[in-house]
Design a protein around this ligand. Sequence first.
Ligand SMILES: [Zn+2]
Length: 367
Amino acid sequence: MRIKDFRKQFEIIAPPAIAWKGDNVGLLVGRENDIIQNIVIALDLTMDVAKEADKKKANVIITHHPLLFHPLKAITESSRIGEIVLYLIEHKINLYAAHTNLDSVQWGVNFTLANVLGLKDVKVLSPLNDSLTSISVFIPREYVENVAEAMHSVGGGTFTKYDQCSFRGEGIGTFRGMNNANPFIGAIGKKEIVEEIRLEMLVEQWKLNAVVSAMLKAHPYEEVAYNIVPLKNRNSEYGLGAIGTLRVPMKQGPFLSLIKKKLGASAVRYSGKSKSIQRVAVCGGSGAELIDEAVAKQADAMITADLKYHTFQDFEQKILLVDAGHFETEHVVLPILAKKISQICKQHNHFGKIYITKHSTNPVHIF
Ligand SMILES: [Zn+2]
């Protein structure tokens, strides 16, 4: 399996288009045509992880945090990043990053964090904005199934819980072929009145080109009439954070102990008080921006990381706010990521090994 084959599959389940604007995801170092051998997975790329990959004959490293984020002016051994990039190039190791796209999918960082903590009925905390479009196309009745099938096959009207979603309304279409036209129905110069179906479906923006191409290919008309309308609907399939409920309400002390145990955190910082905790919001890594949304959705507690003193203070009366550590709230995704990558490899008959790094890449220590 080549890097580009892997990307094609992986980016269906973690589309780069849902990453934050300004994030840096995808292949950061390497060549699309390189054939994948073994793979090492880590939250961060450190020199230890790069050396581990070389030792394990892994020519691909997949990380959550992008090593290259801010523009580099030089790639030399005088900087930590420069030294690692040089090592990767010299040892022919490819680097791929899945960052906020991995945060925003329902199998990613936040849903995994929710599952590890035992939450049920988990939903996206902050659904993605401006990612949906509606496409309508006018089709002679007997061709509707063909066109709909073609559009569904590349992701039109396809969601996590439902697929083949569409709406169909009947109507009358009219047209007259002029000079040089080659009408599928009727003759040049004669007005045609045809029973047509208006087929509509929702399409995520990053699937739009594929869906339109498939639709045009399957449609019998020379000139196809269709509308594409961007929607303001929120897309609850994707987004940052997650919210769910504990099976039984917990008291604050046992709840904080549970977080420490499940995430392997030696300590957590918190503010606020809650007598009974059942509804819990989570956001792995820096999730301060989502606390308002957790409060609005009546969460009793929110678990995230990188919180400031004044943020604790601001929410003290509103929610039990827990900072469990950036690494601690994210590393739980690594086994799930390994599983997804392994499934893609198997589909491509690639049987190289997939390793989760043996190094803790957490730069923060608690004494
Ligand atoms: Zn992070």
